[in-house]
Design a protein around this ligand. Structure first.
Ligand code: PLP
Length: 419
């Protein structure tokens, strides 16, 4: 059942039947408020194809058992599938070893692992951690907690009105006290694609560690951690057609070896006595307790599904949908786009006249259209724009032109009702 990801050859863009792909997602056939569902909240979580839903049922119907513990057949089959999934993910992000791939609950959990384990070992009083003005709360709060505890300083790379990092300011903020730069690859609120490779190069020239929050990048771009040369990379399974409660923390082996465990318990130990405990080898040192076994196995299934379409085909499709949506919204009066970076992906955030995003979200929902309204867990970013939040339409490859038509109808109706 487990194929090597390298065997998957993506089809050419023109040969892809997007209508057929959409049929893989049963939830898209349901109605909401007596209207066919239009799902444009993919940055929050993606929908799941039938093959992923089936894989969950298959796991529990066929080989559910705890992993790494039993000599019995079910446990061995479960362990083999679990470790094969780790290998699929290793190949997906082009890590050099499976030991560098740690299963977590999601991006938030991955960043907390980094802040608690790496942070407690390497950060000292007076050190600096650098993030950016467009971070999700998950990439702000763990660093604030660490900095408070260690009396370290949190520095923030500013952005311009378009929602792009200001490169000169980034260079100016670097100092010989900077220990780590932790930046988002693609902003969930703006869609900005950050120049992470250039950031990593600048940082490494100064021996600074770099962590990339890839929560919004892994579903849309082909990630190659060796090519990026990042020290750490985090992402969530549920945003890329996989189950909720799954995520990955990638770290270079040499750093993971030096980092202490994050949580203690079963699985992460070699020997335990009341006097002394010795820790397990990588990756298990960071995987205390029974993992999300089914989630990890099925995440590999989701990844193979994305690869069968091709990540570059996916991003081309999503860019088309974003382009069409932006062009059509521009034709309406009173639209203000939040996030107009030159390099953008999958997200259209906007406001209309003086309409509160929440009110528009409610009207759209009545019409069966799911968008996200509010601060998108980026309150400091909303403060920068002096707004309470935005209406965010976030796209996946299974969205289509009809979804855009329906969104336009919904926005027009909201303007009529609320302006
Ligand atoms: N970082 C970014 C950029 C996100 O968009 C999100 C979720 O929306 C997160 C981190 C947190 O991800 P999770 O809730 O899966 O841990």
């Amino acid at each position: 059942m487990v194929n090597s990801t390298k065997e998957i050859i993506s089809p050419s863009y023109t040969s892809i039947d997007w209508k057929k792909i959409r049929e893989d997602f049963p939830i898209l056939k349901r109605e909401v408020n007596n209207q066919p569902l239009v799902y444009l909240d993919n940055a929050a979580t993606s929908q799941k194809p039938q093959l992923v839903i089936n894989a969950i049922a298959h796991y529990y119907s066929y080989y559910n058992a705890n992993v790494h513990r039993g000599v019995h057949t079910l446990s061995q089959e479960g362990t083999n599938a679990f470790e094969a999934s780790r290998n699929t993910i290793k190949e997906f992000i082009n890590a050099s070893k499976t030991e560098e791939v740690i299963f977590t609950k999601g991006t938030t959990n991955s960043i907390n692992l980094l802040a608690y384990s790496w942070g407690r070992k390497f950060v000292k009083e007076g050190d600096e951690i650098m993030i950016s003005a467009m971070e999700h709360h998950s990439n702000i709060v763990p660093w604030q907690i660490l900095c408070e505890e260690k009396k370290a300083l949190l520095k923030v790379i500013p952005i311009n009105e378009k929602g792009e990092l200001i490169w000169e300011e980034f260079l100016r903020l670097l100092s010989d006290k900077t220990k780590l730069i932790s930046v988002v690859h693609i902003s969930n609120a703006l869609g900005t694609i950050n120049p992470v490779k250039a950031i990593i190069e600048e940082a490494h020239r100064r021996n600074i560690w770099v962590h990339i929050d890839g929560a919004q990048a892994a579903p849309h771009l082909q990630i190659d951690v060796q090519e990026l040369d990042c020290d750490f990379y985090s992402f969530s399974g549920h945003k890329m057609c996989g189950p909720t409660g799954t995520g990955i923390f990638y770290g270079k082996e040499k750093w993971l070896e030096e980092m202490p465990p994050f949580e203690g318990g079963g699985e992460m130990i070699k020997t335990v006595s009341f006097e002394k405990t010795t820790y397990n080898d990588l990756p298990f040192k960071f995987e205390a307790g029974t993992p999300h076994i089914e989630g990890a196995i099925v995440l590999a299934e989701a990844i193979r599904y994305l690869q069968s379409i091709g990540l570059s085909n996916i991003s081309t499709r999503e860019n088309e949908l974003v382009h069409q949506t932006t062009t059509r919204l521009k034709e309406m009066d009173g639209i203000r786009f939040i996030g107009t970076a030159i390099h953008k992906s999958s997200v259209v955030s906007f406001l209309v006249n003086n309409i509160h995003p929440y009110d528009m979200g409610m009207i759209l929902d009545k019409m069966g259209i799911a968008v996200r309204t509010g601060h998108h867990c980026t309150q400091p970013l909303m403060d920068f724009y002096r707004i309470p939040g935005t209406v965010r339409a976030s796209f996946s490859f299974y969205n289509n032109e009809n979804d855009i038509d329906r969104l336009m109808e919904g926005v027009k109706k909201s303007i009529q009702m609320l302006s």
